[in-house]
Ligand binder design. Structure first.
Ligand SMILES: *[C@@H]1O[C@H](CO)[C@@H](O)[C@H](O)[C@H]1NC(C)=O
Ligand SMILES: *[C@@H]1O[C@H](CO)[C@@H](O)[C@H](O)[C@H]1NC(C)=O
Ligand SMILES: *[C@@H]1O[C@H](CO)[C@@H](O)[C@H](O)[C@H]1NC(C)=O
Ligand SMILES: *[C@@H]1O[C@H](CO)[C@@H](O)[C@H](O)[C@H]1NC(C)=O
Ligand SMILES: *[C@@H]1O[C@H](CO)[C@@H](O)[C@H](O)[C@H]1NC(C)=O
Ligand SMILES: *[C@@H]1O[C@H](CO)[C@@H](O)[C@H](O)[C@H]1NC(C)=O
Length: 431
């Protein structure tokens, strides 16, 4: 055993030497698997971090600024380095103050360490932890399969204790930050490997169908059963917006948001626009209003007045299709008898909900992305009422993103999407 792991370490050191980014000719995009935690309807990826590399399942959070995971239980990477408080790296990472620890020294327990504030969205609690840097082992892709492994040093990460994990899916022990913040996983990889500033998500709809993919650095994007079709060429493109006011739980005055906002201009049910106060769609100078995309929100959340008019329009269109209502099942407000609904390639045959985005890019939400099966006989419209006192009027949730390919390009400020891949005889899910 001992000699085996020594040998392993030796091979690692060798591959580190030969595959370090500076030796790579043209940067290839990177690929990470995405798995769904079915009970919580949240998504995670497995990162390989530290020396020797340890596999850690981390929740995908498009809003996250810092990545963090639980280092209790023997995580003792030889490559881990604390970031010193007051250092340039600390300032650039948005760190504040100094964090100490009574020892013994290990990753997550060091003195004079740059303080950052990992956020557990399910505890609604801010932690103060020391920021560290560690090695990340990533896989390059040609859009289809893994081509090589790369080691990226100075990946920013904070170690937390197990109590910080409360509320996360029990398949995960941390969170991977995917926002536009400089410390996020994509930002770090873009700059370390000189990749184009793109992150793309293809979320699977069920763990039983295999895994989906996250691409960092751009296309090509190939999907199962579609041969050499490169989906990066056929995405619909709209603007990606920056909310000028931070939506994070802790921020300095004047900070813009790290989250991804898009510009929904109208909502239609089939071909009919839904009417509500359209000023809810704009981001005000106070940061209130507008539309963002969230991987930690299972179902799209709408401001009450949008929700109510959408429900009404959908119910009318559904009744024309002779779809029969049944008693509501929380948290949903519109449920139907399954046996009155037909089926299509893209799920239940229900009215289409269309988000009309800036430059008239139409995000068509078909049955597979609009309906949620709550029992053998009942299916509900998978949108929820967020109330009237909301900061963001529309939070597009993960159910509406599944089996769609979505690409965020930070430097060119574009958001590109495929619509349901099921309509194109493919999906996000594969083995
Ligand atoms: C994880 O949580 C699910 C429910 O969310 C539960 O059914 C399962 O038993 C849990 N697994 C472990 C290992 O605790
Ligand atoms: C941090 O400093 C304190 C006080 O000098 C010391 O007792 C403690 O062991 C140090 N912690 C670590 C992890 O070295
Ligand atoms: C980074 O990539 C761009 C184009 O993709 C290229 O022009 C530039 O020279 C590259 N920089 C380095 C340091 O390799
Ligand atoms: C994105 O733009 C910033 C600022 O203009 C620049 O520093 C960075 O290198 C660019 N990154 C990519 C991946 O193009
Ligand atoms: C629409 O909403 C905006 C902002 O919430 C509000 O100021 C305005 O009065 C509303 N207009 C109407 C016609 O209700
Ligand atoms: C999907 O497959 C059907 C037949 O199975 C075919 O008629 C259709 O053209 C295909 N669609 C696309 C987008 O490839």
């Amino acid at each position: 055993m001992a000699s085996n792991s020594l040998c392993h370490l030796f091979i690692l050191i060798l591959s580190f030497f030969f595959l370090s980014p500076s030796h790579a000719a043209t940067p290839s995009p990177l690929i990470f698997p995405i798995r769904k935690d079915d009970p919580t309807r949240l998504y995670y990826t497995t990162i390989m971090v530290g020396t020797p590399p340890t596999a850690v399942n981390t929740l995908l959070d498009l809003a996250g600024q810092w990545s963090w995971f639980n280092c209790d239980g023997g995580y003792n990477s030889l490559a881990y380095r604390p970031v010193a408080c007051g250092s340039d790296t600390c300032n650039a990472a948005g760190g504040i103050g100094c964090v100490g620890c009574n020892g013994p020294a290990r990753p997550g327990c060091t003195n004079d360490t740059c303080g950052v504030f990992p956020y557990n969205p399910f505890q609604n609690m801010q932690l103060a932890e020391g920021l560290g840097e560690d090695v990340l082992v990533v896989r390059a892709t040609d859009g289809l399969k893994y081509t090589s492994r790369l080691h990226v040093r100075q990946f920013p990460v904070a170690c937390v204790s197990s109590s910080a994990l409360e509320g996360l899916p029990n398949t995960t022990t941390g969170v991977i930050a995917l926002s536009r913040a400089m410390t996020s996983l994509p930002s770090k990889l873009w700059s370390a490997l000189n990749l184009s500033s793109k992150v793309a998500l293809c979320l699977p709809s069920s763990s039983k169908l295999g895994h989906g993919d996250m691409y960092i650095g751009g296309g090509p994007y190939y999907r199962p059963f579609t041969g050499s079709k490169d989906f990066s060429k056929s995405l619909l493109v709209t603007k990606l917006l920056v909310n000028p006011v931070s939506t994070a739980p802790i921020s300095s005055e004047g900070d813009a948001s790290f989250e991804y906002f898009v510009d929904v201009r109208a909502i239609k049910v089939d071909y009919t626009p839904v009417s509500f106060n359209n000023s809810l769609l704009d981001i005000g100078s106070n940061g209130v209003g507008g539309t963002k995309i969230s991987t930690i929100t299972p179902y799209t959340k709408l401001h009450s007045s949008i929700y109510k008019t959408l429900m009404k329009a959908f119910a009318e269109a559904a009744s024309k299709k002779k779809i029969k209502k049944t008693a509501n099942v929380a948290p949903f407000g519109l449920c139907y008898k399954m046996k009155t609904i037909g089926s299509t390639k893209a799920g239940p045959d229900v009215p289409n909900i269309v988000l009309v985005l800036q430059s008239d890019a139409q995000w068509e939400i078909k049955g597979a992305n609009s309906m949620v099966r709550v029992s053998k006989e009942v299916m509900c419209l998978g949108f929820v009422d967020a109330g009237k006192e909301v900061t963001t009027s529309i939070v597009i949730g993960a159910h509406q993103m599944e089996e769609n390919l979505l690409e965020f390009d930070v430097n060119s400020s574009t958001f590109a999407f495929s619509n349901s891949l099921l309509l194109q005889n493919t999906s996000c899910s594969h083995f």
